[in-house]
Write a protein that binds this ligand. Structure first.
Ligand SMILES: NC(=O)c1ccc[n+]([C@@H]2O[C@H](COP(=O)([O-])OP(=O)(O)OC[C@H]3O[C@@H](n4cnc5c(N)ncnc54)[C@H](O)[C@@H]3O)[C@@H](O)[C@H]2O)c1
Length: 444
């Protein structure tokens, strides 16, 4: 099939590459000239494990193309995916200006039957709005009078860090459409991805749009619930690891997404929870859980700060803090809404001096914070003479570090761990002062 993907960010680039991998001819379009130039010169614009091999192979086989020219990009396309940003607007609702702007453009240039697919996360009713925007700008001004088209909702569930695997073997594909013609084409397109029997679930457009928000809001709520339990464990002197195991073995609860920490971040959960709360308010429904989730999560990002302040008797001025982890989660360079950024801001306000390391996200943080904090190219170099180490992201390489090396470099054997990476007994044996989330404090 001939496919166009409009918007070549995390979702667009993975979507385009993976559809090329199953034999389709894909053109990815973006307005960012630098991005497209880089991609055309064979370089990836995001860090995503496993993507480079597929990207290079499909580019070499001339199945994957990049352009800044929308008209050229959609020529002969049977399917056009919209993988455009839907950032929060001032009132918290998803801002549809990118989607509707492109829809308007498409109306002016489509010339044959085409399926236009919302892959972005969009509020209920957006498929109708996209349809209306395209219909309005069709040369005749009449919906479908000269050029027939369908608008389908096909939300994306990939997770950054495992995006290629998630796309190639999705738990499910959700397709919201009332058009049999679109359904038939999309069934053919997605069949190679569900060969192991995972379902393609067809529904109406509105239900598909809501499914994506419901999934993200549920997961954000699950994390937040567990963080609340962790905070309660600290008050009671219980161990959240034990509680987690105790409840996770109940199949109705499940083991996944129960790890407590310093809150969720990223480009999706924060904005999607906020957008769903706003959508609910727009139809006069007070979605109280979501308000609580947002409030608690913001607080949780700063869970370590009172612990750090208490350890240093509220005197953080001039204290040298080593920070491991900047990305909002491991295996990505994405720092949008990352808890590490909240920690950095809070520590800087107290006058601390921060030296940070992250395997992938340092360039993005450098671009944001310039010289407000220092960076080192290697994880252990941050520890030189540091008064304490703070861990904000659970990268694998932080899990079994060389503790002897750490002890020789750190000024104080003090760790504040926002991701519960280390075994408490081990920390005790090594003589650390070690504070984590929802577990007892280890004192030397
Ligand atoms: N990142 C994720 O993990 C993820 C997962 C599932 C769903 N989503 C949703 O997918 C959508 C896209 O997210 P993303 O993370 O890929 O965003 P992104 O910011 O990484 O990428 C969006 C791209 O669209 C481009 N763009 C903006 N206006 C354009 C225009 N008029 N024409 C062409 N290109 C244009 C931008 O330059 C950018 O490259 C969002 O709605 C998001 O909520 C994201």
């Amino acid at each position: 099939m001939k496919i166009a993907v409009i918007g070549t960010g995390y979702v667009g680039l993975v979507t385009g590459t993976c559809f090329a991998e199953t034999g389709n001819t894909v053109t990815c379009v973006d307005i960012d000239v630098n991005k497209i130039n880089k991609l055309n010169s064979g370089k990836l614009t995001i860090y995503e494990p496993g993507l480079e091999k597929l990207f290079l192979r499909n580019q070499k086989e001339a199945r994957l193309h990049f352009t800044t020219n929308l008209k050229e990009g959609i020529t002969d396309a049977q399917i056009i995916f919209l993988a455009l940003p839907t950032p929060p607007g001032e009132d918290g609702s998803a801002d549809l200006k990118y989607i509707l702007g492109v829809a308007d453009e498409l109306g002016k240039i489509i010339s044959n039957y085409v399926i236009i697919i919302d892959k972005s996360t969009v509020p209920v009713g957006t498929a109708d709005k996209v349809y209306a925007a395209i219909a309005k700008s069709l040369p005749t001004g009449q919906a479908g009078a000269t050029v027939p088209f369908d608008v389908v909702s096909n939300p994306e569930f990939l997770r950054e860090g495992v995006a290629v695997d998630d796309f190639m073997k999705p738990d499910r594909v959700v397709i919201g459409t009332s058009s049999d013609r679109a359904k038939k084409t999309l069934n053919e397109l997605y069949l190679p991805f569900v060969r192991q029997g995972n379902p393609i679930i067809y529904m109406d457009e509105k239900s598909a749009e809501l499914t994506k928000y419901a999934a993200n809001a549920f997961l954000a709520t699950k994390i937040t619930f567990m963080n609340e339990i962790a905070n309660l464990c600290e008050k009671f002197g219980a161990d959240v690891d034990m509680v987690r195991k105790g409840i996770g073995s109940d199949e109705r609860i499940g083991r996944r997404f129960l790890f407590p920490g310093i809150g969720y971040g990223g480009s999706c959960f924060p904005k999607d929870v906020q957008a769903l709360a706003k959508s609910a308010a727009d139809v006069n429904y007070e979605f109280k859980i979501l308000d609580a989730v947002m409030e608690i999560n913001e607080k949780q990002k700063l869970n370590l700060i009172p612990k750090i302040k208490a350890y240093f008797n509220n005197e953080l001025k001039g204290k040298k803090i080593a920070l491991w982890g900047l990305a909002f989660k491991p295996n990505t360079d994405d720092i949008r809404e990352a808890p590490a950024l909240s920690i950095i801001n809070a520590l800087l306000r107290e006058g601390a001096v921060i030296t940070a390391y992250d395997p992938e996200a340092m360039p993005n943080v450098k671009a944001l914070l310039a010289d407000k904090i220092k960076f080192t190219d290697r994880q252990y170099d941050t520890l030189m003479d540091a008064d304490a180490l703070v861990i904000a992201t659970e990268w694998s390489e932080f899990r079994t570090p060389d503790f002897n090396n750490m002890i020789s470099l750190l000024k104080n054997k003090v760790i504040f761990d926002g991701r519960n990476l280390f075994d408490l007994t081990k920390m005790e044996e090594l003589g650390f002062h070690y504070e984590s989330v929802g577990r007892r404090t280890i004192k030397p």
